[in-house]
Every structure is written in C-alpha cells, then in structure tokens.
Design a protein. Structure first.
Lengths: 327, 502
C-alpha cells in the first residue's frame, strides 16, 4: 500500500512541479473551488486521455480554480485496467476525477468486464473528434460514391485499416456497412496497434481504405498522401471541405468523445460541485486556447444531459458491437 | 549540399550552451533509466512532457532525443554486469555480456558495447540525415504479409539461442509464445488467457518476464546454492579496455549491427529487439570460433549493441519524415510536438526545418557525449562486481522490484515477475535456456497479428505470402537458412567419402 502511494506521489510531484513553473503570474486564489483534485488517467502518459487530464489541470490552475492536482496513470486495455482500480480505491472521494470516453464504452462491452463506465458518475463531456474515411492517393476510388459502391457490392473485398478491434474506428465502419444495407460482420477490418502502423499501412497501399480520428490523418491529408472521402461527424470539420457521411446520404454519425467522471458513492451536492468546477474550467480563456492549440473540437455537455447522452451512447455501441460479433 | 547547409544550421542551434546542457541532461537521465530495469525511455519522456509548457521546442526535443539514445547505452550496462537487462532491446546483450563479465572481462564487454553504440549511432544518424525519405518509402512497401515472412526468418534466427538441447530450447520458445498471447486480442478485442484478472488484460510486459527470468532467477539460484559454495567474487582480470584482438573481432560486428539495425527502426513492426536477434544470429554464423558463443564471445555483445542503437536512430526516420511513430517513445515524442502546436507529418521537414535539423544535429552531439560519459564510467561500473554477492544480488532484487513496479504501478506485475523468477530458477537448475522464452514473447504476437492482418487483407488466401515478391524473397531466405547447412554438410560428407574410397 505504502508503495502505491509513494509512486503516485512521485508521478504527481513531477507533473505538479513542472506545471507550477508554467504559470507565469501567480493568479488570485479568491475563486478557488477545490483545494486539490485527484485526477486518475486510465491510460499511459502522453495519449489523448492523459493530455485531456493535464489540459484541465493547466486551465484550472491558471484560473486559480483548484489549488493543486495529483495524477495517477494506470494504462491498458482501453481504460479497463485503470477503471476498476479507480472505482475500488476512490469510492466516495469527493475530489476524485477520472478521464474517459467512447473508447472506454466499447472496451467495457467487448471485454465483458464486471466494472464498466456505468460504475462511475458522469460529470461532463469536454471534447469530441470526428472520424475520417481515407484512401491511399493512388486508389481507384476518387470519391465516396465509388468506395461506397465497392463496399455495398462486396464488403469483404475492401480491406479497411484502423485502430484495435471493437474500438471507435471499427464501430464507425460497422455503422457505415449497416447504413449501406450490408451485414457489419462482412467487413474486412484490419486492426492495427495504434495510429502509426495503421497510417503506414494506408500510406503504403496495403489496405484499400482507412478509418480513424481526423487528427491522426490530418497531416497526411494536407500533404496529399491520403485522400479524405468523408467524415463521420454531424458537421464538417472546420477548415476542411470534406463532406460528412450525412451529406453524402449515409445516415451515420460516430465521434470519439472524451470527458470526465467522478467516483461512485458521492452525494448529489458533491457531484454538483464537480460539475460546477468543470463548467468553470470550460469557461476559462485558457481552455479555449488549449482547444485551439490542440485542434480539439469543443463538445461540452455537463451533468444530467451528459448522463442521458452516455446512456444512449452505451446502448448504441452495444448494438453495433453485437452486429460486429464482438459482444 | 543543401542538406549539409541545413545540418550546419542545426548544429548552430544545438551547440548553444543551453541546448548542450539539455543534451547532457537527456543523455545522463537516459543512461540512468536505461540502467533501471523496467523503467524505459517511453515512460521517462512521458514524465518529462510537462516541460514542454516551459522550454523552447528545440531544447525539449534535444532533451528527449538524449533520453532515447541514452537508454540504449544504459540498458547494456546492467545486462553485462548483472545479467539484468535494463531494456528489452538489451536482452540479447546479456547472453554473451554476462558470460564475459563472469570471466573477468566486464571491462572489454562494456567498452565494445559503448564504442559499438557510438559507431552504429553515428552511422545511423548520418544515414538518417541523407537517406531518410528513400528508406521510409521502401519501408512502406512492406505490409503485414512481409512482416510475417520476416518473422519466419526471425524464428530461424532463434535457433542460435536454443542452447545445447533443441527439445528444451523449443519447449522454452513455446512457453514464450503462450505468454505472448495473454491479453486482449488486437483483431477481435476479446481477452485471452487472462483468467479473469483485469491486470492481465493488457498482456504481460516483456521486460517484467525478462527481469524475472534473468535477475530474479539468478538471485534465487544463487541463494539456493549459497550454502554449498564459498562466496567468491567475480574475477576482474586483464585490461578494462579492448585488446587488439577484441577490437579486431568487434569492428565488423559493429558495422554489421548498424546495417541491420537502421532499417528495422523504419519498419512499423520492427522495434529495437528484432535486429538484435538477427545480429546475434549472424555474428554466431560468421564467427571464426562459434563454439565461444554462450561462453562470452565479444562479437555477441558488439553486434546486438550496435544494432539496437542504430534502430533507435531508424525510428526517428519515419517520425520526422512522415509523422509516423514506430515505437512507443516516438509516439510520445509526437504528442510533445502537438503541445507546441506543431502537427508532425509529411510536411514537418518543410514547416519546421530549423527544429528538425537542430534535433538531428543534437543526435550527433548526444552520441559523442554518451561515449565520453560512458567510457570513463566503465572503471566505476566494473567495481560494482566487487560488492559481495549476497549484498549485490539483494540490491539487484530491490532495483528489479522498483523498476517492475514502475512499468504500470501494478502489484500483479510484481507477482508475475517473482513467479517467473521462481520458474527461471528451476529452468537454470535443470539447464533450460531462458532467452527463447523472451524471444517467443516478442516474436509470437508480432507474427500472429501480421499473419491475421495479411489474411484479412487477402480475404483468406494463404498464397499471399508467396505471390507478394518481397514476402516470397523473405521466405526463400528463411528456407535457405534452414536447408543450406544440412545440404552442404551432406555434400561435403559425400565428397569426403568419395575421396577416401578410391
């Protein structure tokens, strides 16, 4: 036990010291809402969840909303290694937050874990990212209609590369096939371990098409090394002219969202305090700055509205994963 | 020539006092985490990420590059002295390195590792400077089918570490393959062999098993036998430096290691481990005295050490030219680019030319710095062996435990490490080789995933491995490696018979 605490403390100290230096003028503490926040990241340092957690710290501390932050990273299996630990160790702790998102929804279902995202208290959704369907530059498919035709004629003949099976990318492909009137199980989905290998396979023309979060492919698209055919969001990605699937007549929206949750067993008042905190963080100019710098799409949704969204998202994901034969 | 001008500009930035300091800090830190088993460059760079809020981009990347290179140097030190690989890329180094140390030749082993790392690192950095775009385009031609065929060659290369009994060697290789399967399957998202343990969902970390098999097993083995033998220190005889013969045997291995390691870094399925297996295999095959392998052959240290450093430079190639991370550390460095608002991608060389070239220049500087830092340390390091064994191995156990816990803050990891250590002790007692277990763990998942990816792409057509030319060539090489020696032997034998019976 001793060991665990010390380790957490070490990691947190490194982060805290570094970020203290980052804040130039010391802000006033008048509006401080929390003395300290314990931020649990169910992923390794450096990834999307980690940077979301650290961004909250950056904005909250700069605005003087929170005195100090303590971080713990426990990565693995789409958050399913860290989540149970958070639920068991932080039950009832009013200042504990865990970062999570759509990946965690899917992972909980495919792994048939006893503890899932339902076991934590939804606080707020913060960002979301639309997916993008791409083809290699020398692909015969010049536009979506051509790829869609190939997919609806024989999905098996169109190998599509993306992230791990049952993840956001795979789910998006499943939804697309369903909308095209095919069985999602017919998909030739090639799962790669992370963005790097998936990109390499698409750039090298090893797969016929690729699907992933827009930021993964953005630079390749801009450089003309991948051709973007469609995006999976409700609206076009700002600054691009890639049509959405909806515009193209395919009734699919699938985004990868990220948000924060609280520990189970907290009182409604404690939950409200955390919702107020994240709402305040979201309103800071620093948060806007971080969103712009990282090219994250704002998808703020707090409290009950978020809980309702989550409920719907879980049901939707479960259906797709069943269709894909993974749940 | 334009490249040289840009590189010169990079040196101008990298040689500023502040950046030199960052390079030194990175190299020092990298060497330190390399020495600690479990804690690797990826975790270290991740923990250093917050400095990106404060420090200019060039300095931060110079620091990160130093950590990355430094870890490859540091990892070999514990492999050689204590049979405790600090990084998975230095597991092979332990095979010959520790045997050399046991014979009192720790100094030359460390020296050949350090100089080999420097030579290979510098060659690879030069190759990175001039050929990066070409090599990356070639690497992209390789798909899952080619990776699988490459793994087939790797499995042949494993024969070099199977030990005296092939049956025992294969048994251990299969044990490694089984351990490699544990965790969530990439292609279906379903957990395999996790026995309901949440901590096993992400699989078993290779370094945990390696540290268990090498360090913990060695310690338990010694403890179990302590009563029977007198406590004798490892001898420390002869020069600390390379003799003329050592040098003559090392330099070709360094060059070959560099040549093997560099392209592997560019391949998304390569990693730094694979080229060390190949290098070891080739050195063993080419050695004048192959019988020395397993008993402290210096080529077996020189080659793999050069290979892992060259591959570290290779990894930066796709990262800088395409924004493609081919190792965990590279992926984390990419996220650091993003916190500067720089989107790493194919346009990086154009849009961030100054930054990229100062980073490349810092690699040359870092390499030289690491050599200067490490050579004088050899004298100090070998003195570690003067510590009486009970205390020394007690200390190793402490370090191994801290390092293993540091990988994922998981108590289950510790349990796995000690359980594996216990098995390792029995393996040692009954003369089962340990290296095949670790190699199986690394190769198994790579081969399996590549095979299934290739099969999905080809819609279940197995001939894809033969109809794709590069894949077929790899398979042909594998076949030749297996078939050539017995055929040649049979041929030689029949000729000898023909001569002796007129």
């Amino acid at each position: 036990m001793m060991n665990i605490r010390r380790r957490t403390f070490c990691v947190a100290t490194v982060a805290a010291v570094a970020s203290t230096q980052a804040l130039a003028p010391r802000p006033t503490r008048a509006q401080q809402r929390f003395e300290s926040i314990f931020m649990f990241i169910p992923a390794g340092p450096g990834g999307g969840w980690d940077s979301t957690g650290r961004a909250i710290e950056q904005a909250a501390r700069a605005a003087g909303l929170v005195g100090s932050f303590q971080f713990e990273n426990v990565g693995g299996a789409g958050g399913m290694v860290g989540l149970p630990r958070f639920v068991n160790q932080r039950r009832g702790q009013a200042n504990a937050l865990i970062v999570g998102g759509s990946v965690m929804v899917g992972a909980g279902i495919t792994n048939t874990s006893p503890i899932t995202i339902r076991d934590v208290v939804p606080i707020a959704r913060l960002t979301e990212e639309a997916g993008v369907v791409v083809v290699p530059p020398n692909s015969p498919h010049r536009d979506w209609a051509s790829l869609a035709a190939a997919l609806s004629t024989n999905p098996g003949s169109v190998p599509v590369g993306g992230g791990s099976a049952g993840g956001t990318d795979h789910i998006a492909l499943g939804l697309i096939l369903k909308a095209l009137g095919r069985n999602p199980r017919e998909a030739s989905y090639v799962a790669f371990a992370g963005g790097g290998p998936a990109q390499a396979a698409i750039l090298g023309g090893q797969v016929a098409a690729g699907i992933s979060g827009y930021s993964e492919f953005a630079e390749q698209i801009k450089a003309g090394r991948m051709r973007a055919l469609a995006t999976t969001g409700a609206e076009r990605i700002p600054g691009t002219d890639i049509p959405t699937l909806k515009e193209l007549g395919v009734n699919v929206t699938a985004t990868n969202w990220r948000g924060v949750f609280a520990a189970p067993g907290i009182t409604p008042a404690q939950r409200q305090a955390l919702i107020d905190l994240i709402t305040a963080v979201h309103a800071t100019p620093q948060w806007k700055e971080i969103l712009a710098q990282r090219a994250w799409t704002d998808a703020f949704l707090a409290g009950d509205a978020f809980a309702a969204f989550l409920h719907e998202d879980i049901a939707k994901t479960e259906t797709v994963l069943k269709d894909l034969g993974l749940a | 020539m334009e490249t040289l001008a840009l590189l010169a500009g990079g040196f101008a930035t990298a040689l500023s006092a502040q950046n030199l300091l960052f390079a030194f800090a990175g190299c020092f830190l990298g060497t330190a985490v390399g020495v600690l088993p479990g804690i690797g460059p990826a975790l270290t760079v991740a923990l250093l990420l917050p400095i990106t809020f404060k420090v200019p981009a060039a300095s931060a990347f110079i620091l990160f590059a130093g950590v990355y290179y430094g870890a490859m140097y540091g990892g070999s030190t514990t492999s050689i002295l204590l049979n405790t690989p600090g990084e998975s890329a230095t597991i092979i180094t332990a095979l010959e390195g520790f045997q050399m140390a046991k014979k009192g030749r720790a100094g030359p082993a460390l020296a050949t590792a350090a100089i080999g790392s420097f030579v290979a690192g510098t060659i690879a950095t030069a190759a990175l400077t001039f050929f990066a775009p070409v090599v990356v385009e070639l690497a992209l031609k390789l798909g899952p089918a080619e990776y699988f065929s490459l793994m087939v060659i790797a499995f042949v290369a494993v024969s070099a570490v199977l030990g005296s009994s092939a049956v025992r060697g294969f048994a251990m290789l299969f044990l490694g393959l089984v351990l490699g399967i544990v965790g969530v399957d990439l292609q279906t998202g379903q957990p395999r062999f996790t026995f309901g343990l949440i901590e096993l969902l992400d699989g078993i970390e290779v370094t945990i098993v390696a540290v268990g098999l090498f360090a913990v097993a060695e310690t338990l083995h010694l403890a179990a036998r302590h009563r029977y033998g007198e406590d004798e220190l490892l001898p420390l005889s002869g020069s600390l430096w390379l003799t003329r013969e050592d040098f003559a045997r090392s330099w070709k291995a360094w060059l070959r290691g560099a040549l093997i390691g560099f392209p592997f870094g560019a391949i998304p399925a390569g990693g730094a481990e694979l080229p060390t297996f190949f290098s070891y295999y080739i050195e063993r095959k080419l050695a004048r005295r192959p019988e020395e392998f397993g008993h402290g052959a210096i080529e077996g240290v020189a080659g793999p050490e050069a290979a892992n450093n060259a591959s570290a430079a290779g990894v930066l190639m796709p990262m800088l030219t395409l924004g493609l991370p081919t190792s965990v550390t590279a992926a984390i460095m990419l996220s650091a680019f993003q916190s500067y608002g720089i989107q790493p991608g194919p346009l990086l060389f154009q849009t961030q030319s100054d930054l990229v070239w100062s980073m490349i220049a810092s690699l040359y500087i870092g390499n030289a710095m690491l050599l200067v830092l490490n050579l004088p340390l050899i004298g100090l390091w070998v003195r570690v062996l003067r510590i009486p064994r009970p205390q020394l191995y007690g200390g190793i156990l402490v370090f191994a435990t801290i390092g293993a816990y540091g990988v994922a803050n998981s108590v289950i990891d510790l349990a796995v490490m000690y359980a594996v250590g216990l098995v390792g002790m029995l393996m040692k007692r009954y003369d089962f080789p340990v290296a095949p277990v670790v190699i199986g763990m690394i190769l198994g998942p790579l081969a399996e995933q590549s095979f299934r990816q290739a099969m999905t792409i080809s819609q279940g057509d197995v001939t894809t491995f033969l109809t794709r030319p590069i894949s077929a060539a790899f398979l042909a090489i594998a076949a030749a490696l297996v078939l050539a020696p017995p055929v040649l032997r049979a041929h030689a034998a029949s000729r000898a018979r023909a001569r002796s019976s007129p």
